[in-house]
Structures are given as C-alpha cells and as structure tokens.
Design a protein around this ligand. Sequence first.
Ligand code: SAH
Ligand code: SF4
Ligand code: F3S
Length: 488
Amino acid sequence: MLKTDIKDELTYIEKVKKINEGKNLKYHILTMGCQLNENDSEKICGMVEQMGYTKTDDVMDADLVIYNTCCVRENAEERLFGKLGEVKKLKEAKGTIIAIGGCMMQEKHIVDKIKKSYSYDVIFGTHTLKNFPKDLYDAILERKKITDILDIDGEIIEGLPIKRNDNIRASVTIMNGCNNFCTYCIVPYVRGRERSRAPEDILNEVRKLAQEGYKEITLLGQNVNSYMRVEREKFKQSIKDESDNVEKSSSAGQRNSINEIDSFAKLLRAVNEIPGIEKIRFISPHPKDFTDDVIEAIRDCSKVSKFIHLPLQSGSTEVLKVMNRVYTKEQYLELVEKMKKKISNVKFSTDIIVGFPGETEEDFEDTLDVVRKVKFEQIFMFIYSRRVGTPADKMENQIPEEIKHKRFDRLKSLYEEILKENNHEYIGKVEQILIEGYSKTNKELLTGRTDTNKVVVLEGDGSLIGKVIPVKIVSEHMWYLKGESNIK
Ligand code: SAH
Ligand code: SF4
Ligand code: F3S
C-alpha cells in the first residue's frame, strides 16, 4: 500500500486552468466498460472541471473530448474506432483536443493502430490517471502528441479531485487489479496486479460521502472480496521471516495492530457502522473469496444489500476448469445453498459466458441447469469474445459464431422465463425503495429500485426523492415493476 504524493501532478491543474481562463471551454466524456471505469471517469471529470472546462453532452460542442475505454469484449473496441472516425472531422474543423484513456490503451496493438490511423492528442493508460493534467498541458501548450502508458502497476493514488455522477449513490474503489487470470479475460493484463487501498482512506471517503448526503455506497474492485488478500499474505510472510530472525520479532506485533481492518469482511462491518449511509453494495466478487467471514458479515450488517453478484461464467465443471475459475459446478451450487441458509432472503445475480472454446452441448446444458436451480434475479449474458494475449484465444477448439448465438438465445429465453417467475413473487410484497428521481420515460412517475436492482415505478411527490420508503408492488411488466406508496 504505497502512497504517492501527487502534489506535483496537481500543480498542472492550475497551469491548464490559467491557459484556459476566460475561454469558456467545454469537455465531453464517454465512458465505456465497468463501474471501475466509471469511477475513474469521475476522477477525470474532477480534474478537468478544476482545469476550467464545463461538461457538455454534445460532442460537437466540445473543445476537449475524452474517451475512457474498455477492452473486455470486441464490441467495446469497435465502438471506440467508430467514435474516433467521427471526431476526426471535428478535430480538423476546430482543433478539438482528443484524449483517449482506459483499459484498451494498455494494449500495444491498439495504441499502434490509433497512432497509425486516427487523430489524437493524449493517450493515457489505467496506471497514469494522475498524470492527465500534465499530459493535457503538454498537448495544449507544446502541441505535442502525448502517449503516457505504464506497463508496471500504478501505485494507489489518493487525493485526486472527483466529480460524481449522482448525489445519492456513490462508488468507492477499494482495490484495483486482478490476480486470477481467468483464461478468457483481458482485465489482469490491462489493470495489473491486485492492490488494495488503505482501510482508513476508504472509511474517510465514505464518511465524507455520508456527510454530503449520499445514501448508497458501492464498493468496487475487480475481485472486491479479495480485498487486502495480497497484503495479508505479504504480512504473514514478513511475520514468518521475522520469527525466523528472533531479534526483529517485536516489530511484527506492532504492525499487526496497525492493520486492524485487513479483510473484506472487516471492511464491510466498518462501513456498516458509518451513520447516514443506508445501503452498501459491492461489485465484483469472486465465488472463491466468499469465505465464511464474508458471508457472516453480509448476514450481520443491516445496511449490506442481500442481493449478491455471484459470477458463474459457466455451469460446467470441465469448462470452469479450463477457464481457471477454481470452483466446480457442485461447489458453486453448495456456496449458493450455504449463503441461502445463512443469509435470510438472499438473492443472486450473475455473469455467464456462452461459447467458451470447447464448450459442448452437454457443458452448455450444465449452465442452463445451474440457471434453473439458482433462479438468478439478474443475468448478464455474454458471447465469448477472443482477446489477444489471453490463453483462451490460443485454444484451437473455438466455437463457431452460429452455435454461440444459438446458445445465447436459448439462455436468454430461459432467463426471461425465470424473470417472469421471479417477478410474480414480488406482487403484494412491500419493498423498501430508495427513490432516485423521476422516471425517464414518464416524468409524472417516480422511480427507484428494489434491493435486487429491479426498476419500480410509482406515483408520488418529488419530495420523496432521496428517501427510502415502503412501496407495495402491484404488478409486473418483465423489465420493471409497478408499485404504490401511501407516503405522499
Ligand atoms: N472482475 C469482474 C468483472 C470482469 S469483466 C468479475 O470477475 O466478475 C465482466 C464480465 O465480462 C465477466 O464476468 C465475464 O462474464 C465477461 N467477460 C470477460 N471476458 C470476456 C470475454 N473474453 N468474452 C466474453 N465475456 C467476457
Ligand atoms: Fe477477469 Fe477473472 Fe479477474 Fe474477473 S476474476 S477480472 S473475470 S480474470
Ligand atoms: Fe472493461 Fe477495463 Fe472494466 S476492460 S470491464 S473497463 S476493468
């Protein structure tokens, strides 16, 4: 948990601000990918707004365009290249500054392609966020094309400005990187090794959010429930090393007391104590790290959502093994049963990949079988996408596109059946709903979500926005529920 002083980097915010003074400049940002990328974008927005830019949704209107990219599947890449084609003309017409950052920029072949065929001013990676003001300064003042990518893991950066997307719900990144190397996945290559933020920094951020009126916190990490695992292991090793060397053993005890919160379970319990916060979620956990202490913390902490994301990926033990997921179909189902037993009213969402190399009809049936058994409330379904540099990309038994799509459709049909069944169970029940605002499709109605992330619409007064109120569910409409509240 090295902490880096970023005073020097932040001075460039002031420098760019000076250059921009009186110019009324606008920026446009597009974020692709997961909530971690969204959270990074909030930090980019924080820096950019302090540099004197105001946000615009219209890219044509922008003086600075920022793309924060994802590369987890091929379609994310296609989207970026489409966008870069569009802004090329904008740059030619009015000199718009184009900055491209995020996970995709950690892939050499992509950066080479951009340099060869597209217009840009700044390319920055996932480990160089703090340099963004300096990179922008150099690009604007010196009219240089900047590429600022690090292949080694960036340190944990504290103290970047942040401009949040919402004023009720906030994300807090607690760890970065991934050590799991699932064979299909690019994330470990573009986000680096697991490293956790210090608990006191996380708790201070959450306390500050609570004071600002935030009600819901989502703790983020690529393998969020492995929080502090690497640090714990290093610590154990240092104890072992020190006990081999008797003279130094007293300092081990000292350090033990510093790291009181040294696991995800303990962090959940600590966040649960913070007054003002009403709901705590976390994403994305790995099934292997749902140890008993984590399950018990979820059970005991009244604010922690009982709606758990439990990425399955495949229901076939064979496929799971080749994916390097380190659990079998049976172990996954046992975990679900254990959690159901310990946590009353627990519900699950999941991620599933169809068409992983070598997936047979029988393997796919195993996936459907787990879906039928667990009856997930929400399924994020993905068609396997080959990622350059991952072991699965080199496997010879790739599945033809047509079969992948057919299996995807079969999974989707089953999901819709289960969705209906699950929705019916809500009718007549009273749910505690955090009212988020007016419905996008009907401004007369309020909207919120159940704990299980189902959209609920209801009639009510705007003064309820930001409050958690009991809502009786009266009907279901596949992708949303209708509710009634007698609180006006
Ligand atoms: N760290 C998180 C999120 C990883 S990316 C986790 O482990 O759950 C989100 C999801 O994208 C993954 O869960 C997986 O289902 C999917 N995914 C990752 N790589 C993929 C690939 N190459 N093709 C298709 N889907 C993929
Ligand atoms: Fe990718 Fe697996 Fe890490 Fe998730 S746990 S980010 S799927 S390697
Ligand atoms: Fe995509 Fe990077 Fe997230 S690859 S899913 S934006 S960690």
